[in-house]
Design a protein around this ligand. Structure first.
Ligand SMILES: *Cc1c(COP(=O)(O)O)cnc(C)c1O
Length: 335
């Protein structure tokens, strides 16, 4: 069976680096949405809470239900609002706010420039009035940067917009609200972190997606994908392997199939430009749904331990490589 191994030491290394940036482990919210970017939500929630993380961020109620007991608060980014003292809800447009239940913990997402979700800055005063008039429980106010991982001035004006948001909320006399705007990239590039929380995803998993002039903090990927040998055979020179026979043996060779494929979420790619596994061995021919062929007889092979390298091969980003891995794959914590 294919296995995903999660390195506890690397995770704790990354969390330490992030806590140095934020000034405190209490200020880090672990972003565990989408099955913890494919790492396994329950396992990751357990590991980070054991380390001392008290805040989490997920996409929906189903994810929150799996982990909320381990955290002081879990922010749900997109689902029906429920009245749960351990769960807060992102409000992404003003109409939702108008119908929000009293008592539920609400976090206003303000659109400071990304134009994807969030109430407009021009609607902020109206939103605060609704909160006061309806006696709603405003727990947080936050935003999300569109270009935190680009080496441009984009980040600066959006940050300035969020400073303005903070002033408006404070002027409205609403107190005990937590403010947060940073994701991994913006926390890593930030010189003086002064907010209540940073919502950290990809950096915790060990990837720094910042362009080189901004890259400083060393992070260690925590996930590796392993596969086991299913069967071996000898190929005579000229014999072909797999669907379409795309790989032609240049010489007599011993190959084995390993039990991972695109059904597990490993990208199928182009057999003319094969993925080279961790041990330097190319995938031979086309990847199947559940199997790949490799010139090895080892019982267990590491397919990759760095999703960023793999993402370059497939012309995407590290996020997509790990998030694509199916939840059914066995997960194991290693040191
Ligand atoms: C996914 C997400 C994050 C985490 O982003 P990373 O780049 O992985 O750190 C933070 N905030 C919001 C609103 C998100 O949707």
């Amino acid at each position: 069976m294919a296995t995903i191994k999660i390195s506890k030491n690397n995770l704790y290394h990354n969390l330490n680096q992030l806590a140095l940036k934020s000034g405190s482990k209490n200020k880090i919210a672990a972003v565990l949405k989408d099955n913890a970017y494919g790492h396994g939500i329950e396992l990751m929630a357990k590991l980070v809470s054991e380390w001392g993380i008290e805040q989490a961020v997920v996409m929906n109620n189903l994810e929150a239900a799996k982990i909320e007991k381990l955290f002081k608060n879990t922010l749900v980014l997109n689902d029906t609002i429920t009245n749960n003292p351990r769960v807060s809800y992102a409000i992404t447009e003003i109409n939702t706010l108008k119908n929000a239940p009293k008592g539920a913990k609400l976090e206003l997402k303000v659109d400071t420039g990304m134009h994807r979700n969030g109430i407009l800055m021009s609607e902020l005063k109206e939103a605060l009035n609704i909160i006061k008039a309806n006696g709603l429980n405003l727990y947080g106010v936050f935003t999300h940067y569109r270009s935190a991982d680009e080496f441009t001035s984009e980040f600066a004006w959006q940050k300035a917009n969020f400073e303005q948001v903070k002033s408006i909320v404070k002027e409205a006399g609403i107190e005990n609200v937590r403010f947060h705007s940073h994701n991994s990239a913006s926390l890593l590039r930030c010189k003086e972190f002064n907010e209540d929380l940073a919502r950290v995803g990809i950096a915790m998993y060990g990837y720094n997606e910042l362009p080189t002039p901004l890259e400083q903090v060393e992070l260690k990927p925590i996930l590796s994908l392993w596969a086991n040998r299913t069967s071996s055979r000898e190929l005579k020179a000229g014999q072909r392997v797999g669907y379409g026979g795309d790989f032609i043996a240049p010489r007599d060779m011993i190959i084995s199939t390993y039990d991972v494929g695109y059904g597990d979420g490993l990208f199928r790619g182009n057999s003319k430009k094969p993925l080279i596994t961790k041990e330097g061995l190319p995938i031979l021919g086309r990847a199947s749904m559940d199997f790949i062929s490799i010139e090895s007889t080892k019982e267990e092979l590491c397919i990759f331990d760095n999703a960023k390298e793999v993402s370059k091969h497939f012309n995407t980003i590290s996020y997509e490589i790990t998030t694509n891995l199916k939840s059914e794959i066995k997960r194991e914590v290693v040191e």
